[in-house]
Design a protein around this ligand. Structure first.
Ligand code: HEC
Ligand code: HEC
Ligand code: HEC
Ligand code: HEC
Ligand code: HEC
Length: 477
């Protein structure tokens, strides 16, 4: 509360004294639009007021391929290789939507937005101004040498990074920016970066607004920033890294579980690595389980994603009435976001689907009421209680084409540590046999099946549905 008030105040002061924050941070025609500038003193020391790296400032050949980093960081390489970050450019779901955007975007604003996709899905190519890369290229996606060549950032959102890579073509390692301040120099120099230890680093990409009209599209960092896991004190705040870079098999590391240290080595001892009390894991697990989102050979991540989803929310059934045959029966379901540091769901919320599957059956197992079932085609009951976002275009119609989005039609999601109460009502036929069983399941899918079928045609696949939480209650008539 206090923090967002401060930043509002800061923005107001800037307007009063005639500084436009986005102009102060812009760098000519390639400007980006930040969601947060962050006031000095309340930001990592390497968030600075300098121009962002713009296309052409660096060359693709300066960056090392991930496998060359893997020579000395084999475990980190293995974890990262199975992550959605490794797949961010190859990802067939992304590629299909991106191509559709390139084909159908009309007008300056829509085209600007489609041109911006590469900023985050192929950040090295964007910085180098070389974006016509085959999806399978090893430098596509969010690679090691992008994240660890970030010297500084200028704010939050739409990839506001300042890069300082070495030169792979000349075998110069350059400086790698990371969490340690005492790493020995090896093939590369090392430098402590406060930015890398905080949510602001991830917020560079995990806060997306429309490049043409500034409509907030993905707001994961903003949701975290305004939520309870950001205490305002860097010592007690629970950052993205605390949940997403502590997870490993056996430790889901969510808001409702422990998030223990992971002692070990960042590089083998013979290479110069030191024993450390904690090594940040690089699985980067969210909620993706399918082979569209995850790279080929991703073995650990699908299981870790299921564990994460199963430790994200709780369900409770509340009945405060004794039901009677022939009467209306009312009950409530409470859904609590106990595990996510942001809204549930977050990210690409116009695609993500989280919904309640609710049924009431009688003693013979006969279904009296059902909401939220999925048919053979994979379509969810249109009357289901569903948590997601719907964008609208200029004509006011709902759209999943982010580039043509101009406003938010609806946003039904659950804030961090927040809850929603849903009411249900059904008629109990006279013939019903006591007791009734209410059964509720909270389910998750990365995208609507018909959207995937439409985008991928023959290459489409049935997206898995994950049961996040489940509860039953018996009620006597
Ligand atoms: C020849 C071996 C070698 C190669 C190749 C190598 N590293 Fe390192 N790296 C090390 C060693 C050794 C350390 C120190 C580990 C420690 O301090 O415990 C290190 C440390 C780091 C750190 C921590 C820096 C800090 O100050 O926090 C990062 C980040 C890093 N490397 C990234 C990379 C990336 C990205 C690549 C590929 C471009 C790469 N490394 C390639 C050996 C290597
Ligand atoms: C999305 C950005 C991102 C990518 C991609 C990434 N890292 Fe990291 N890495 C980080 C961050 C952030 C930290 C520090 C987290 C903290 O301090 O809270 C880190 C920490 C490290 C460290 C220090 C040891 C540790 O894990 O604590 C090394 C070494 C390292 N990364 C190497 C690599 C290598 C090698 C790759 C590719 C195989 C890679 N990283 C890919 C963001 C990234
Ligand atoms: C250069 C931009 C960039 C940076 C920096 C970045 N990410 Fe990502 N991240 C992405 C993109 C793009 C995707 C989606 C990739 C895909 O699904 O194809 C993604 C996906 C993810 C996912 C997986 C979501 C899922 O659906 O499973 C998690 C978790 C995640 N990032 C966490 C982080 C964390 C934590 C940090 C900071 C340490 C970070 N990211 C930094 C761009 C970035
Ligand atoms: C308190 C723990 C916690 C913190 C802090 C946290 N997350 Fe998450 N995150 C989760 C959980 C649990 C999930 C799985 C449920 C879901 O999909 O939201 C998740 C899911 C995600 C996803 C996938 C969402 C989807 O449905 O596609 C992304 C992306 C992500 N987190 C990024 C971030 C970023 C970026 C930050 C920091 C700004 C962050 N997270 C902070 C716990 C956390
Ligand atoms: C500022 C950074 C940024 C920009 C720009 C961006 N994205 Fe993303 N994108 C992300 C992040 C972060 C995620 C992961 C969120 C999540 O998992 O829910 C993501 C996830 C996705 C996914 C989901 C992939 C999957 O497997 O579930 C698709 C599809 C996608 N983006 C398409 C696009 C398209 C098309 C554009 C351009 C019109 C675009 N993105 C622009 C950051 C960005």
């Amino acid at each position: 509360m206090n923090l967002s008030f401060r930043s509002l105040f800061f923005i107001m002061v800037c307007f009063l004294i005639g500084i436009n924050i986005s102009l102060a941070n812009s760098s000519g025609p390639q400007e980006w639009s930040p969601t947060w500038g962050l006031p000095p003193g309340k930001r990592p020391e390497n968030i600075v007021n300098l121009p962002v790296t713009v296309p052409g400032d660096v060359k693709m050949s300066q960056f090392f391929s991930p496998i060359s980093c893997g020579a000395c960081h084999p475990e980190i390489f293995k974890m990262w290789s199975g992550s959605t970050h490794a797949n961010a450019w190859r990802n067939p779901f992304f590629q299909a939507l991106y191509k559709l955007g390139k084909r159908t975007a009309v007008g300056e604003s829509e085209k600007q937005n489609v041109a911006s996709c590469v900023r985050c899905h192929f950040p090295i190519g964007h910085s180098a101004g070389e974006v016509n890369l085959l999806p399978d290229d090893e430098k596509g996606g969010v690679v090691c040498d992008f994240c660890h060549s970030v010297r500084a950032a200028t704010g939050i959102g739409n990839a506001p990074y300042i890069l300082s890579p070495g030169n792979a073509a000349a075998m110069e390692g350059g400086t790698k920016y990371g969490p340690f301040d005492d790493s020995p120099e090896t093939i590369h120099k090392n430098q402590y970066s406060e930015l890398h230890t905080r949510s602001e680093f991830c917020g560079g990409c995990h806060d997306v607004s429309h490049a043409g009209n500034d409509l907030p599209i993905e707001q994961t960092y903003t949701e975290w920033r305004q939520g309870p896991y950001n205490t305002g004190d860097p010592e007690t705040s629970i950052h993205c890294q605390d949940c997403h870079m502590r997870q490993r098999p056996g430790f889901p590391s969510t808001g409702s579980t422990d998030r223990p240290d992971n002692p070990g080595f960042a590089a083998p001892e013979i290479m110069g690595g030191k024993k450390r009390p904690h090594i940040w894991t690089h699985y980067f697990v969210g909620a993706s389980v399918s082979s569209l989102s995850l790279p080929p050979g991703s073995e650990v991540q699908p299981q870790l994603a299921v564990e994460r989803l199963k430790n994200a929310a709780t369900l409770e059934i509340v009945v405060d009435q004794t039901p009677k045959s022939g009467d209306l029966f009312r009950f409530q379901v409470q859904v609590k976001n106990t595990g996510a540091g942001h809204y549930l769901p977050t990210g690409l919320t116009e695609m993500r689907q989280m919904w309640l599957d609710v049924s009431v059956t009688d003693a013979d197992g006969k279904t009296i009421y059902r909401s939220g079932n999925v048919d053979e085609k994979g379509t969810i009951d249109p009357n289901a209680t569903i948590y997601h976002t719907v964008f609208g275009n200029e004509k006011g119609e709902p759209t999943i084409h982010v580039w043509s989005a101009t406003h938010v039609i609806s946003d039904n999601r659950i804030p961090p540590k927040g809850k929603k109460e849903e009411r249900f009502v059904c008629l109990i036929p006279n013939t019903t046999k006591s007791p009734l069983t209410i059964h509720v399941v909270l389910r998750y899918r990365s995208a609507p099946q018909d959207v995937i079928d439409m985008l991928l045609g023959e290459k489409s696949q049935k997206l898995p549905i994950i049961d996040m939480a489940e509860v039953s209650s018996e009620v006597n008539l």
